[in-house]
Design a protein around this ligand. Structure first.
Ligand SMILES: Nc1ncnc2c1ncn2[C@@H]1O[C@H](COP(=O)(O)OP(=O)(O)O)[C@@H](O)[C@H]1O
Ligand SMILES: [Mg+2]
Length: 502
């Protein structure tokens, strides 16, 4: 059998960047092939070329042994290539089936839309691949994990047999991720070829047969996954040895910094998302909140930050009741936040790095003079020092507009700003979501360093591995309440998972 895909010498140049530099990719039919690489390595670009969204500047593509010219997604579809994008393209007030048939509606002989037979076909496909999708459900009423399955059904409905997934697990919970990897296996068993992009080595080990590694636009390796260790894959990806082990001494907890008493918070939709929650965090410890997304983590963090009102209960920061204080006075009282949504709450994307660094303290000396003027020399030297300290890679130093930076470097800008303000309490929510191992390693190390300087750290993460590696104590959150708290050294994924589900 000829390979499903052979891409040879693929080059794609964007203004100022060689996104793909003579890349070779060979994927056998019926194989699960992982594409691994740091942010910006060129993975999405390569797949966009395969799917006809971009045209390569050089190189050739052969599909099932035949030369192919793929100028647009229709060409790709004709070759039975389908892609599940990072951001779904579903219409929210349409049903599953209506979304799937969009642009390919089956008609009755007299021309009316034949939704009934479409629903039947969608139901059959869902059953074959174990997707458990209800063909009649409205998109707005189903979870993100289910929406992704609708995207999968959409390309299966169009007879795709090469399926491309661009970072499919970035939006999923650990459970949903496991389920997706199972679905990959069923697709493979039915003869489909899968390419999936990820930077999570565990997922590659769990699901992929082969793996091609991209680094700075070049394919640096293609290996059998069974014979490659996680460390080896990580090293190929970043080009230097990476340590997974988070080095830390036992915690030396000190004074009580955060005390949450009987906290109840309503979500913006009006239901009690946090319910009578109690929690304490001490100086010099990292307390992790483990839980499936949507169990009140977001509302808890928003209430701590002063972004959502508290319905009942109290929040104390170093014995000061901050329950009803403004965001600014919380910051002054020693509250630091690395928010989950770094684009909406962490950065002003159209501001430069140096401007983002002083968002919270531009009013005070040395960034403003007593007469209210910004003091640009101090702002610039402050930015230079943080950029160096936090190893932030940016084209134009402090003058770089943050929108143009990679996710990992944007996150470093936020973390640098929050740590630089020396908060007594640092709340970090999903600090490494979507980042590559190099950036993750760095951010974890900084969090531990801050703990060792005596800060109290509250970490919210959906990644159990991160929680287990980083925290001193772990609290499982379930339906808005703390279901249990354990010392990290006594915990494992299974025991925490059981508490999360209780
Ligand atoms: N449409 C575009 N215009 C300009 N530069 C782009 C565009 N798409 C990607 N790039 C750049 O090409 C490089 C590779 O990007 P991408 O393929 O998205 O990487 P990955 O998916 O591996 O994170 C990056 O430096 C990125 O900034
Ligand atoms: Mg990408």
């Amino acid at each position: 059998m000829p390979p499903a895909i052979e891409m040879s010498g693929i080059t794609k140049i964007f203004p100022g960047v060689v996104a793909n530099d003579g890349v070779d990719l060979r994927v056998e039919q019926g194989e699960i092939h992982a594409l691994l690489g740091e942010n910006g390595a060129g993975k999405s670009t390569l797949m966009s070329i395969l799917f006809g969204l971009y045209e390569a500047d050089g190189g050739i593509i052969r599909i099932r042994g035949e030369d192919a010219r793929i100028r647009n997604p229709n060409d790709a579809a004709a070759l039975h290539i389908g892609m599940v994008h990072q951001h779904f393209r579903l219409i929210h007030n349409f049903t599953v089936t209506e979304n799937i048939v969009l642009g390919r509606e089956p008609r009755m002989p007299w021309g009316n839309l034949d939704l009934r037979s479409a629903e039947k076909r969608v139901g059959e496909l869902s059953a074959i691949y174990g997707l458990s999708v209800n063909p009649k459900a409205k998109i707005e009423n189903i979870t993100v994990g289910m929406q992704q399955r609708v995207e999968i059904l959409k390309i299966l409905y169009r007879d795709a047999d090469i399926l491309i997934f661009d970072e499919p697990t970035a939006v999923l919970t650990p459970q949903e991720t496991d389920e997706l990897l199972l679905i990959f296996r069923r697709l493979k068993a039915e003869g489909k070829t899968i390419i999936f992009i990820t930077h999570k080595l565990k997922e590659i080990k769990a699901a992929a047969d082969r793996c091609t590694v991209l680094r700075r636009g070049k394919a640096v390796a293609a290996v059998d996954v069974a014979g490659a260790g996680e460390e080896e894959l990580a090293q190929m990806m970043v080009g230097r040895p990476v340590s997974f082990h988070i080095d830390k001494k036992p915690a030396g907890p000190g004074d009580l910094v955060l005390r949450i008493e009987n906290l109840t918070v309503e979500s913006s939709g009006g239901h009690a998302a946090v319910r009578s929650l109690n929690l304490e965090v001490r100086a010099g410890e990292i307390l992790g909140i483990a839980g499936v997304d949507g169990n009140g983590q977001g509302e808890l963090v928003a209430a701590l930050a002063g972004l959502l009102p508290v319905k009942e209960g109290r929040i104390f920061l170093r014995n000061r009741d901050i329950t009803r204080e403004s965001v600014r006075s919380r910051n002054e009282a020693g509250f630091g936040l690395v928010p989950e949504d770094r684009h909406r709450f962490g950065l002003v994307l159209d501001f430069r790095i140096d401007e983002n660094f002083i968002l919270k303290n531009f009013r005070s000396y040395p960034y403003s003079s007593s007469t209210g003027f910004l003091r640009f020399n101090d702002i610039a030297s402050h930015a230079e020092s943080l950029i160096e300290q936090f190893d932030i890679r940016s084209g134009r130093g402090g003058a770089t507009v943050t929108r143009s930076m990679s996710g990992g470097n944007q996150q470093k800008v936020i973390i640098a700003r929050e740590i630089d303000s020396s908060p007594a309490l640092l709340v970090v929510s999903q600090p490494t979501r979507g980042l590559d191992v190099g950036a993750i390693e760095y951010i974890h190390r900084r969090i531990v360093e801050e703990r060792d300087k005596g800060r109290a750290i509250l970490l919210v993460s959906f990644e159990l591995e991160e929680i287990l590696g980083l925290c001193d104590r772990i609290a499982a959150i379930s339906r808005g309440s703390i279901a249990g708290i354990v010392d990290a050294q006594d915990a494992d994924e299974r025991s925490i998972g059981a508490m999360m589900g209780s």
